[in-house]
Design a binder for this molecule. Structure first.
Ligand code: SAH
Ligand code: SF4
Length: 353
């Protein structure tokens, strides 16, 4: 048995050995263009359909599907074959449809404000497990009369800690599903070697860097991996990515009341952007509540003030609309039903000030 969305086209040809050559194209097209289940591939003989249903097993078993925002946000909780859990979020906007996919079950980066980080790391996802999230969300969008065209790696996990599988999934989304690389965004906590690897990859995907702080002292606390890859290195890698790709770079900034929403934070950020000539776009979002982190998001007025200050300093910044908070589907709230630990004795990393 093979995971349905793992085989390459050549490997699929192996699964279809003994069938006429054109079957490979039909099945490939059925899986990725029509987003069909084998049973729905009516251009195949019934016996082959049932063989493929058995041999190309889906990797995701739906545990829960929840909607919010009047059906415009859908969160899926999936069980994987080893019973670990991941989540995917589908977001329907008036002008576009975006799916937010997970790249790992859990996350090892330990950002204290993030529910995924609070639950710890389980394992990397495979290519097939990542791609299947896009396929099933695309199928669901189509059932709602919409076409999925955007993918963001902002679900559970750190994509650049699982770069090889993430990249193979990007290539599959681009080459087989037909999504534009310009509509795919990889969000990273700031794994510098991963950013450099990505810069050398052929497709021009968007890069989002979860910054949250613009001085090492504060960032060391909020985002522990900063101790390994401090801001100087991170900004240099970002500049390298921009130079290589000419693609949009964005910084994610979750505003935490009284922690990283001060005028000095905005000024420090603008200094980095100037120094590295980074025409970055800053996405501001008030921190979403998570069980393991007592500090709260900045109130709306402070979020606006922070944005205005950044814009005044010449930094492009917008406030991101929050989605799915009532079903724990918003940024940083994905824990796949795992109990999240309360802050413990692991030191001060990510602890509120
Ligand atoms: N590991 C990657 C991608 C997944 S997290 C990364 O960190 O970039 C997706 C985004 O949600 C990141 O920008 C992350 O910093 C942000 N985030 C995490 N917890 C959050 C919270 N409680 N409120 C708002 N955003 C949060
Ligand atoms: Fe991992 Fe990203 Fe959450 Fe940090 S914010 S713990 S890197 S998923």
């Amino acid at each position: 048995m093979t995971a349905r969305y793992t085989p390459t086209r050549d490997e699929l040809a192996g699964v279809l050995a003994g069938e006429p050559r054109y079957r490979v194209d039909q099945v490939w097209d059925g899986l990725y263009r029509q987003l069909a289940e084998p049973a729905q591939m009516t251009n195949l003989p019934a016996a082959l359909r049932s063989r493929l249903t058995d041999e190309l097993a889906p990797s995701l078993t739906q545990v829960v599907r929840r909607e919010s925002d009047g059906g415009d946000t859908v969160k899926y909780l999936w069980a994987l074959d080893d019973d670990s859990r991941i989540e995917t979020v589908l977001m329907l906007y008036p002008d576009r449809v975006t799916v937010c996919v997970s790249s790992q079950a859990g996350c090892a980066m330990g950002c204290g404000f993030c529910a995924t980080g609070q639950a710890g790391f389980t394992r990397h996802l495979s290519v097939g497990e990542i791609v299947e999230q896009v396929v099933v969300a695309g199928r669901d969008a189509r059932a709602m009369g919409r076409r999925l065209a955007n993918v963001v790696f902002m679900g559970m996990g750190e994509p650049l800690a699982n770069e090889a599988a993430v990249w193979a999934a990007v290539e599959r989304m681009h080459g087989a599903i037909g999504l534009s690389a310009r509509h795919i965004t990889i969000s990273t906590v700031g794994i510098v070697p991963g950013i450099r690897t990505l810069a050398a990859r052929p497709l021009p995907v968007n890069l989002a860097v979860s910054l949250h702080a613009a001085n090492d002292e504060l960032r060391d606390e909020l985002v522990p991996i900063n101790r390994r890859y401090p801001l100087e290195q991170l900004m240099d890698a970002c500049a390298g990515y921009l130079a290589a790709k000419g693609r949009r770079l964005s910084f994610e900034w979750a505003l935490i009341d009284g922690v990283n929403d001060r005028p000095s934070d905005a000024r420090e950020l603008s200094r980095w952007c100037r120094r590295f000539r980074l025409p970055a776009h800053v996405n501001l979002i008030p921190l979403n509540p998570t069980p393991g982190y007592p500090t709260v998001g900045s109130p709306a007025s402070k979020v606006r003030d922070f944005r205005d200050l950044l814009v005044g300093l010449g930094v492009n910044a917008t406030v991101r609309r929050n989605r799915g908070t009532d079903i724990d589907a918003a940024c940083g709230q994905l824990a796949a039903g795992q109990p999240v630990t309360l802050r413990d004795s692991r030191g001060t990393s990510g602890s509120p000030r």
